[in-house]
Write a protein that binds this ligand. Sequence first.
Ligand SMILES: Cc1cc2nc3c(=O)[nH]c(=O)nc-3n(C[C@H](O)[C@H](O)[C@H](O)COP(=O)(O)OP(=O)(O)OC[C@H]3O[C@@H](n4cnc5c(N)ncnc54)[C@H](O)[C@@H]3O)c2cc1C
Ligand code: SF4
Length: 579
Amino acid sequence: MSDLTSTLLSLGTRQPRERRVFDAIVVGSGISGGWAAKELTERGLETVVLEAGGPIDFGGKDFTEHVQSYELKYRGWGDRNTIAKTQPIQGQCYACDEAGHKFFVNDFENPYTTPDNAPFKWFRGRQVGGRSIMWGRQVYRWSDLDFEANAKDGHGTDWPIRYKDIAPWYSHVERFIGITGAKEGLSQLPDGEFLPAMQMTVVERAARENILKKFGGERVLTIGRAAVLTQNHNGRAACHYCGPCERGCVTHSYFNSIGSTLPAAKKTGRLTLRPHSVVTEVLFDAKRGRARGVRVIDAVTMQEHIFEAKVVFLCASAIESVRLLLNSKSTRFPDGFANSSGTLGKYVMDHHYGSGAGGTFPGFLDKRTEGRRPNGIYVARFRNVTSASKDFVRGYGMQGGSSRGGWGRGSGMRGYGAAFKQSLIDDLGPWGLSVGGWGETLPYEDNTITLDPTVKDKWGVPAARINVTWRENEIAMNKDIIASGVELMEAAGCTDVRPSRTMHPPGHCIHEMGGARMAKTAKEGVLNGWNQSWDVPNLFITDGSAMASTACQNPSITYMALTARAAAHAVAELKRRSL
Ligand SMILES: Cc1cc2nc3c(=O)[nH]c(=O)nc-3n(C[C@H](O)[C@H](O)[C@H](O)COP(=O)(O)OP(=O)(O)OC[C@H]3O[C@@H](n4cnc5c(N)ncnc54)[C@H](O)[C@@H]3O)c2cc1C
Ligand code: SF4
């Protein structure tokens, strides 16, 4: 057993401790909670991470990326009866398949409600590592275009930070987790600290050149930037291109909390990780005007515990952190913890996506892909960067990739027998290329999270009531995504170009943000520029709820950078005795 594996195995157990007073409490062990744990412990704080879900056996049975579909009972399609009974919502996420559904919640134990005319898909995991286990690993820095947008066009409140404030923290995170990507020198998509880039296919390389020529360099197709290692890095092995990362990764070649940040925190000797700990309330010390700690229900014994600390970090994910604060009422905060601004639960967002275009790429029939590259291509935002669109504000990026038909296309053809099957393998059919847009959503005050008055989860906590809808700007942008997708595919050199017109409901993109936004003043938001509560200085919220806008890039690396930055600030403030 390697040192790394033994460190990891000892992470997954509940550690009952007599001591209940810590320097720091972190709620949640996912993407942001892992970073809070690492930074706080490395900076000297005795830290308890309270995680609602159970541990994962990452050494063995839980990670099944090498199990083939034919080895699964339902050949990868999943037991539809069980999924319908326990995960009717989660089962709509592509990653919640037969192998991966155990990383998603039981919808009946974890209910939420929506108005009938405003569906919202809330895909989530409850386990040590949160959604860092099954996320898509796409990581793109935000830029000043994003941090200045609210101030410039007046939608939402101005961010209290700019790109220069977070840039060193992006670097800090990237150096630790390892990112594959190519530098492009684009102001709207700043370059990061990259490991060697994964290769684009011949078709993608040809498409890039054709698009660059056609649009005079304004539209740039590049290889995806992903938190996947292309060389050994920080004790983790380089990726071996096996493919289905959302099922886990025994070599820890992609970033998740249990392979990277939590082991680093554990190494300090200052981490206590407590799975099965459902935090139900943040407790207020009215005398000191501080968070005293949290109330926890042990998910297995249903016993209640109180944990106290000098500083509390909420990293339970955007909707969960807001739900927790709304459920934490006191005389001082009758409308939810740290909510003197009245903005808690408002300005909730997600990216809109689903539309784009695809086509057939002629030629290159003597070339095929090798291995299963766990990454796609990216087209950087080109709308409203140098000139303004008349139809909508903000912009979108596009993600996609190329592939050949493969043997599976035989299911739609006439023929049978060994010779027929061999012919499908020898001739993989033509190449295809496709892209889809990921669009920025504006922050609307009446896109909200509140507490449902009657529905509760298995642990007695009121369910979130989510009321989020797309508006004119998102719909206009979606139209443009389809038109420009077609334009891009034609410019790339595709024939038989087909638009795809889908606009998934909010939540489906799994980039939920807002609800406890950062703002320049205590009147306009819940958090200041350090992810610190304006009202309660020893409370920090560093997950997606803190976001004042969505940009169009995938958001998780920004949560990581903000979390590391907030943790450094919290420790400095503790040392100065101002918390
Ligand atoms: C299939 C999929 C693909 C994705 N692809 C990408 C991508 O390519 N790029 C990207 O940027 N993002 C992607 N995401 C989104 C990304 O996973 C989330 O943005 C990110 O995980 C959010 O981090 P977090 O720390 O806020 O929450 P999570 O990682 O969800 O972690 C929250 C943790 O808090 C725990 N928790 C919740 N409530 C409580 C409570 N009351 N008490 C104690 N613990 C609690 C949960 O159990 C969970 O472990 C994807 C997500 C999925 C599911
Ligand atoms: S990161 Fe690489 S090695 Fe790990 S599961 Fe994905 S493709 Fe396989």
